[in-house]
Design a protein around this ligand. Sequence first.
Ligand code: 13P
Length: 254
Amino acid sequence: MHRKKLIAGNWKMNKTASDGVVLTRELIAALGRETSVDVVLCPPFTALESVGRALEGHALKLGAQNMHAEKSGAFTGEISAEMLRGLFVTHVILGHSERRTYNAETDASINQKVLAALAHQLKPILCVGETLAERESGATLAVVQRHVERGLQGVTPEQMGACIIAYEPVWAIGTGKVATTAQAQEVHAFIRELLTKLYGAPLAQKVRILYGGSMKPANAPELLAAPDIDGGLIGGAALEAKSFIELVRAAAAR
Ligand code: 13P
């Protein structure tokens, strides 16, 4: 089954609106005609509009890093799916481990966001993954199973076609400690097996499962060659044009 690779840049809390445009222009100059890989830029909320304008007419897509599950209302400081859609956002990262840790997000609250995103035609990038303590105690697959099953609760087969999963082992995020290809592939294959049980093989074969956690141009070619690794969710290496472009090229070469 051929799945088009997807490389998403999660800028996290980096780049002002104007810095974001500078980076986006550099990326467009190099990747504007790259159609063999899906590329998604996920700047902070404050840069979505300016980055979105810079992307107009190009194949690169715009993603947000979070959103609120409710449509509107008294939720100070929050952003709704409809607001994102108004800025031509197509993707939204949900359940990132940093939000699970620092913002008390739970599988249940993440699931509400996934359902709200889908109801507004946003493609969720659902992040799952174990901590170091969970890996060392042998709980990796159980944790990932819980994140996937609970995160996707109530998602219909039709909606599942729009979902993307990102396996991000917490111990590999921003640490320079990348999962080995074998470690990542094991979990990716497990997620696909799980999706097969939940949604059937034809659909499970179509879902893209990204790897995230210290992915760099040096380790990407090997990771991206694994049968169930369909792209990357990139943090640090997405903040500089050179490394991000190299990552997209590595995906295009697969
Ligand atoms: P790093 O690439 O900086 O490890 O971050 C990965 C990540 O958390 C992407 O969402």
